[in-house]
Design a protein around this ligand. Sequence first.
Ligand code: MLT
Length: 249
Amino acid sequence: MALPTLLCIHGFPLDGSFWQPQVQGLAGAAHVTAPDLRGFGADRRPVPEVMTMEAFAEDLMESLDRAGIERAVLCGLSMGGYVAMAFTERWPERVQGLILCNTRSTADNDAGKAAREQTALDALSKGAGVIARAMVPKVLSQRTRSQHPAEAQRIEEIMARQRPESIAAASRGMALRPDRTGLLRRIKVPALIVTGSEDNLMPLETSEAMNGAMAGSELVVIPGAAHLSCSESPVEFNRHASRFLAVFH
Ligand code: MLT
């Protein structure tokens, strides 16, 4: 049985270790790779003042080339989903399938862009720990925080150890991303859209809109999970992902 490569692309402001439950839980379904995006985790490359989604995608493309991987299933959560869409727009022939988690295809409005700049300034002036403490209650559901405190702590620790300049660059880059709903209409490969019933950052309508734009996609809503569905409900997430990945065996 030939397993597909699953390229997991983390959200903001996380790193590849975020995907630990998938690296372990999906090992029988795919060759799972979960790199650190530029400037995050162990990636010590310098970051420009603005790191666009296209620039992250280009880094990933180069890493696939270096590893000799012709095609991969891209699995992106939130900012990782923006990167997966930027990648798919530029190199559709390298994309075998898509798992888009807790993300959206639309661009930021003016208020959203202003908030990105504020996040960038806060990261640079106050540090990653402050950003992490503010984000955890927004990205994890009340259920996750009370029933899985170790996972909540793990997420906060990942966010708190990121470099402020990388957080600022990614925040500014997200503000520049275009609306990619038109791209979704052109996608021909199998796609799975996953979200959490409690995700207030990406309300259900954003996932429904992506599902409506893609021919042949499937939408899964994980009950009780918020914005980090794959870490909050790893067993359920991995069950859906395994079933989806079986198509490529
Ligand atoms: C993420 O989780 O990557 C961010 O919430 C994405 C965003 O702020 O749009």
